[in-house]
Design a protein around this ligand. Structure first.
Ligand code: ATP
Ligand code: MG
Length: 176
């Protein structure tokens, strides 16, 4: 059976994505590496990996019935995943509302036979890949306020030159 690689994410509005792209540009002289395309920037809430196509359809159909409690989050620091050679932007501490959303999401996904990874949740937006120096600028740009009210379900499709993301569903925004 064919599989689909899926993840749930927070997707920034274009203006927020543009500001995050400026964060990437600011870090690039000290880190090197490759800047992510602005329209692909996101914060992964849950990476599901490859799931059977039938389950992917089921999740896409069920996602619009889910809600994500709206919260304000502040991105105020750079971070590095050295082994993966990634430079990211994220909140200092994981906001409790976002951690709860992550835990609830995995609780729901466990009903579909999916299991959360053992590692703790580290919310981040990947800005640079293949960095050459694990040394982000000491100071991040001005803190960035992100008010989110929904999550999206994304299919990640392998293509020559990297993955392509396709949003297949979104949760029901507050008030809708
Ligand atoms: P590629 O792997 O082809 O270079 P990609 O990393 O952009 O492309 P995916 O691997 O499908 O695409 O990942 C989609 C999102 O999920 C990215 O934000 C990625 O960082 C995140 N992700 C991937 N693998 C994991 C994992 N094991 N745990 C947590 N997040 C992951
Ligand atoms: Mg990947």
């Amino acid at each position: 059976m064919s599989t689909v690689r899926l993840f749930f994410a927070l997707w920034p509005a274009p203006s927020l994505a543009a500001t995050l792209a400026a964060w990437a540009e600011q870090a690039r002289p000290s880190c090197g590496g490759r800047v992510m395309r602005t329209e692909t920037l996101h914060l992964t809430l849950a990476f599901l990996g490859p799931v059977d196509a039938a389950l992917a359809d089921e999740l896409a159909a069920a996602t619009p019935e889910r809600r994500l409690a709206p919260e304000d989050m502040t991105l105020d620091r750079y971070g590095v995943f050295g082994r993966q050679r990634i430079l990211w932007a994220g909140p200092g501490d994981t906001p409790s509302g976002l951690q709860a959303a992550h835990d609830e999401l995995w609780q729901w996904l466990s009903g579909f036979g999916l299991a959360a990874p053992p590692q703790p949740f580290r919310p981040h937006v990947t800005l640079l890949r293949n960095i050459e120096h694990a040394s982000p600028p000491a100071d991040a740009p001005a803190p960035l306020a992100w008010r989110y009210d929904r999550m999206v379900l994304v299919a990640s499709e392998s293509q020559s030159g990297g993955s392509r993301y396709r949003i297949v569903a979104q949760s029901r925004p507050q008030g809708a």
